[in-house]
Write a protein that binds this ligand. Structure first.
Ligand code: FPP
Ligand code: MG
Length: 297
């Protein structure tokens, strides 16, 4: 099977897992269930759950016990996009070729669907305790990583610095590095670290994985910036040129396009080299890391 087919296969398997855990659309809170479903099922590459699963396999993980965490991390990612698109944040009307959640359901329901997905992510991850043969200590370690990397010491913290960025004249390169590390790399780190922890990695191996994911996460965000300048709108499913329209300072504003592209390659090569130092191999994971940073959407 070629790489793209294998990737599509894995993404549709993630969809199956998400659908399995999503709440039923019923009751007086029906609209929020519908908006949650819409937000998470309307598209997306499923990068984080796939990275989690492939890292799990790298360390010899084999069972389906990882599934609650795969669904949970995509719910957190999805809520972050829903809230990022809100009028108070980026005020975007289009994502993945479709109306954003607030454009479709109104602003109040956009906020609540995001809140719902965030909370339901933890309700779902906790279901890992019902899955044999996962070890309870490992699940608790994974929950700590998930909560830390998505919160104010991770993704939310990065978003705070990002939101305030526009108001600041003379934003520093250090601040850009902080924003990229937190708002994007942190969740990629969580995905791969949780896969490693539940796959049975020891502390040192988990920290190697954190370093790999950090570099891949930074490269992923710089590539996101590159696509905002050079991407194909039909492929991306959203308007390009948003950063310059919103006068957003990015890695490209500091370093220029050529250096941004070189940095993506450098970070990705470094990350992969570190990964290959581990005494295990998952060739699909290596290919996936290469693919992600050179993606077109
Ligand atoms: C695209 O992911 C998303 C990013 C590159 C991360 C951007 C970070 C935020 C929007 C943080 C927002 C945080 C809060 C708290 C509101 P992707 O290319 O995997 O998207 P896909 O799922 O559509 O494929
Ligand atoms: Mg944003």
């Amino acid at each position: 099977m070629d790489f793209q087919k294998e990737l599509d296969y894995r993404a549709s398997d993630v969809d199956r897992v998400i659908v399995k855990y999503l709440p039923k659309v019923e009751g007086y809170q029906k609209t929020v269930f519908e908006a949650m479903r819409y937000s998470i099922l309307v598209g997306g590459k499923r990068v984080r759950p796939i990275l989690m699963e492939e890292t799990y396999k790298l360390f010899g993980g084999k069972s389906k016990a990882l599934e609650p965490f795969m669904a949970a991390i995509e719910m957190i990612h999805s809520y972050s996009l829903v809230h990022d698109d809100l009028p108070a944040m980026d005020n975007d009307m289009l994502r993945r070729g479709n109306p954003t959640t607030h454009a479709q359901y109104g602003e109040a329901m956009g906020i609540l669907a995001g809140d719902g997905l965030l909370n339901f992510a933890y309700e779902t991850a906790l279901k890992a305790f019902d899955e044999a043969p996962l070890d309870a200590t490992a699940i608790v370690r994974a929950l700590k990583v998930l909560s830390n990397k998505s919160g104010v010491y991770g993704m939310v913290g990065g978003q705070v610095a990002d939101v305030e960025e526009v108001k600041q004249n003379g934003i520093s390169r250090n601040r850009i590095d902080f924003i990229y590390s937190m708002k994007t790399a942190a969740l990629i780190e969580a995905a791969m670290m949780i896969g490693a922890i539940l796959g049975g990695a020891d502390d040192e191996q988990v920290s190697i994985i954190e370093g790999v994911a950090h570099k891949i996460g930074l490269a992923f965000q710089i590539q996101d910036d590159i696509l905002d300048v050079e991407g194909d709108e039909a492929v991306l499913g959203k308007e390009i040129g948003q950063d310059s329209k919103n006068q957003k300072v990015t890695f490209i504003s500091f370093e220029g396009m050529d250096r941004a592209k070189a940095e993506v390659t450098y970070l990705s090569d470094e990350g992969i080299t570190e990964l290959l130092k581990l005494p295990y191999e998952n060739r699909f994971l290596t290919k996936l890391l290469e693919f992600l940073v050179h993606r077109e959407k």
